[in-house]
Design a protein around this ligand. Sequence first.
Ligand SMILES: [Zn+2]
Length: 299
Amino acid sequence: MTHEQTIRDAVCCTGFGLHSGAPVILRILPASAGTGIVFRRTDLEGFPVEASGRNVARVSYATSLMKKGVLISTTEHLLSAFIGLGIDNAIVELDNLELPILDGSARPFVEMIQQAGIRKQRKPRAYLRIVRQLELREGDKFIAVYPADSYSVSYSINFPHPLIGKQSFGVRLTNGAFCREIAPARTFGFLHEADAMRQQGLIRGASLENAIVLNREEVLNPPLRFSDEFVRHKVLDLIGDLALLGKQILGSVVADRAGHAMHTALVSRILRDQSYWKQTALDDRAPEPELAAAGSVWA
Ligand SMILES: [Zn+2]
């Protein structure tokens, strides 16, 4: 994977936004090399919003982009699928403000991209190589990136819930591991927090079909897809948020009880300060970049 890639054919799906509850039609289209990932609001004359840390807006329970007042909400699951499958360039059209939540994971997006097919482009892929460590702390939350010859992610969470508690996860994303180990992991939330969140205008589209829902003791809609599905979903979110760097990373990312706000803070710091990274092509003699990996609600 040393060249940029896009999809072969356009693909389409429909669904509802997790937080807005708004119906949405989403289309993914091929794009020329060097385009990156660009969202377009077809209900607003196709206004483009680039998937870039420059456009990060509100970040709490989901990551939203905004440019000139135009919002694109809950971008992280689709962007994670693009990184996991090595898609550099695509146009993502939607006719509403929030991406569809589908089943709460990245798996439906992976299946759409696989259905579309993947096309290698002529342009060599430029990587963002981390050359200096960067650590961010906020209370007991931590996120950091360290120099490495491949892309790795590790995540730890600690939720005071009998079914979650402490979980850490590590995975290598080569040979389809993203599709097997990360993409199916669904978002999750707690029933006893749902009313308060709805009053804040959140999770209006949430249901037992698009999230793991827990009460204080158990999962209301078993079975889990993995016993540690919760931390795997955090890895999924982190990969999706770091996609806002706009390039595949060569570096090792470590997160502990972080969330979208810290993920995107790391992106902003890296983009702001060029002393942390340099742009490189992948050395052909080096191994392929691999994603190796070692909480909040409605992650
Ligand atoms: Zn998520």
